[in-house]
Design a binder for this molecule. Structure first.
Ligand code: ADP
Ligand code: ASP
Ligand code: MG
Length: 594
């Protein structure tokens, strides 16, 4: 008999009528011959109401008590759901996270799942019940209630689908699928019939709130197909699977994080171990850092900038302060009115010209780019909050995301068979649940590093630089841009060593055209070290492990770029081999043998 997991988000159970409608959906699936596990969120905005209550009694509520409070929202809705199903004449049992046996670590309000018991749920299903699981919650080893982070019911659903070996996991929500960008932000966003795990993972972690990013980590790791669809209409929705919608398009979606904060440490020592000192302290607070940009410098000093969610700025600044005692920065600045706009696409890795196109469309809108960070399948730019909406619109139009690609699948079939079927692989992965999983550690010695220093920080500069490089047919890889000291910008990127001289010449020319005091530097012999896997950013310790391994080996990092599925660091070529060895040793315990 096939098993379906159906998850209903807050708006889908916002009132009793909607609860009954959801109950009918589950009963219908059961009558069609499936075993059904429902995962239910708190009703409507109930979690927000609870957060607000906590804030009324305390500025700084203890995280353990926060979880005690927040978990009650889901307890209400699962009980009502079970009553509704019972009233409609079917059998149902509601269970909290603890009753199911969802074990987590003890990181209150952001806990990670360690293991899930399946015996009770399976028994209840075999007895003909619809099992209704409270989303978003678990229990730690001391029986404390934990929650998985806002939006975490998606993760409960996909995790249950994985351990129960479900045939499909349906996510019922208030939109009828995944769109090229948030349709509430851009009305001309287009619903896509299909999107790849890696793309959804990046989009979710870059602001596409339709799915909790950690749920996609699970889905990818266990090969669970996810079907996102509307609670209120019968539109076919979107499948999240291994393959993208189109093989011909470089970009498949765009995302925005409106409320970000940028922090810059200026004039810190450019030596091994510096990034470690900083990010170790931030990671210990479970804050995920993004857009880490480090400049290589001439005078032996470096600048590091990075972004964090705006509401984590305060805690981050505390961590920065601690690190500053050691690093003695000349200056620490921050800006809490910035937004991150990103484009994502698997096709980007093989279809060139995406970066300069993105910079060009932003420049045509007169939007200044404050920082850039790219990895193989995403480009993020930091802009002022005031420009964010226009920036998103511009890139959405620029990459024609509103137009259906010609090779887009015409049909969305609702049930697909899981594709990780090797029992040994499944068992190994289940043992690790939400642990860090690294697929690959690689060294690419064929890279060169180029840097343009002190170019004016104004709209169009990135476009000018990368148009010039693209015009010479040079394939650029990782790009980093940072605001330098005295309001000028620095742009660094890597390219194949064979293109180094050409790239250098192109840059000299652009800098001359700009007619200012810009300067071009390069390192012909650079190497790229890449760690790839799942959930690299949400596991806040990954960067720390990397920096620790490299700094213990005495290796200096010139450039860092991060994404959910990859962290790249650029080092000197002769440090490539020792760097690779150091990283392999550092991640030995979590390297998957695939
Ligand atoms: P639920 O309560 O069902 O979990 P959420 O509010 O968490 O629902 O997620 C659905 C919302 O996600 C939509 O209402 C939409 O505004 C937002 N969203 C953000 N990005 C996207 C996207 N790319 N596609 C669809 N919806 C998106
Ligand atoms: N109720 C929780 C929240 O609002 C979890 C969820 O809905 O996914 O964040
Ligand atoms: Mg949600």
């Amino acid at each position: 008999m096939s098993l379906i997991v159906q998850k209903f988000g807050g708006t889908s159970v916002a009132d009793c009528e909607k609860i009954v409608a959801a109950a009918r959906k589950a009963i219908r699936a059961q009558r069609e011959g499936h075993q059904v596990v429902m995962v239910v969120s708190a009703m409507g905005k109930n979690t927000d109401v609870l957060v607000d209550l906590a804030q009324q009694v305390s500025d700084n509520p203890p995280a353990r008590e926060m979880d005690m409070l927040l978990s009650t929202g889901e307890q209400v809705s699962v009980a009502l759901m079970a009553m509704a199903i019972d009233a409609l004449g079917s059998k149902a049992v509601s269970l909290t996270g603890a009753q199911i046996g969802i074990r987590t670590d003890s990181t209150h309000t952001k806990a990670r799942i360690r293991s899930i018991e399946t015996s009770r749920v399976k028994q209840l299903l075999d007895d003909g019940n619809i099992v209704i699981a409270a989303g978003f919650q678990g229990i730690d080893e001391n029986l404390n209630i934990t929650t998985l982070g806002r939006g975490g019911s998606d993760t409960t659903a996909v995790a249950l689908a994985a351990v129960l070996d479900a045939d499909t996991c349906e996510i019922y929500t208030d939109v009828d699928g995944v769109y090229t960008t948030d349709p509430r932000v851009l009305p001309d966003a287009r619903r896509v019939p299909q999107i790849a795990y890696d793309e959804m993972l990046e989009l979710a972690s870059l602001g596409a709130g339709v799915m909790h990013s950690r749920s996609i980590e699970f889905a990818k790791k266990f090969g669970v197909p996810i079907h996102v669809r509307s609670s209120f209409t019968d539109v076919p929705g979107t499948l999240i699977v291994h393959d993208p919608e189109s093989r011909k398009r470089p970009v498949s979606g765009a995302a925005i994080t409106k409320k970000e904060a940028r922090i810059t440490l200026e004039g810190i020592p450019d030596e091994p171990g510096v990034s470690l000192e900083l990010f170790r302290r931030i990671a210990s607070k479970a804050i995920s850092v993004d857009m880490i940009v480090q400049n290589i410098s001439k005078d032996g000093k470096a600048n590091i900038s990075f972004t964090v969610p705006q509401d984590e700025l305060k805690v981050t600044l505390d961590a920065v302060k601690q690190a500053s005692e050691l690093l003695q920065p000349e200056n620490v600045t921050y800006d809490d009115h910035v937004s991150k706009v990103s484009v994502v696409g698997l096709g980007m890795a093989s279809l060139p010209g995406v970066a300069n196109k993105m910079f060009r469309v932003l420049s045509e809108e007169g939007i200044n780019i404050q920082a850039i960070s790219t990895s193989e399948i995403k480009i993020s730019v930091l802009v002022s909050q005031a420009d964010a909406q226009r920036a998103l619109q511009a890139v959405h139009n620029g990459f024609e995301l509103d137009i259906t690609p010609e090779d887009s699948p015409t049909e969305v079939s609702s049930v697909r068979v899981r594709d990780v079927t090797d029992p040994a692989v499944v068992v190994q992965r289940l043992r690790e649940m939400e642990d860090l999983a690294i697929d690959n550690i690689e060294l690419d010695r064929s890279q060169s590093l180029l840097l343009v220093r002190r170019v004016p920080d104004r709209p169009g500069i990135a476009a000018q630089v990368f148009d010039a490089v693209a015009a010479k047919g040079i394939n650029i890889d990782v790009i980093i841009q940072n605001v330098g000291r005295d309001d000028s910008a620095n742009v660094s990127f890597t390219c194949p060593v064979a293109d180094y001289e050409k790239a250098l010449a192109a840059l000299e020319e652009v800098v001359k055209e700009m007619g200012e005091e810009g300067e071009v530097l390069g390192n012909r012999e650079a190497a790229k070290l890449t760690v790839s896997g799942i959930g690299l950013r949400s596991h806040t310790g990954v960067g720390v492990r990397m920096f620790k391994a490299l700094s213990s080996a005495g290796i200096n990092v010139d450039l860092i770029s991060t994404s959910e599925v990859r962290v790249n660091v650029i080092v000197d070529e002769h440090e490539g081999e020792p760097g690779l060895k150091a990283l392999q040793a550092a991640f030995k315990d979590v390297l998957l043998d695939t």
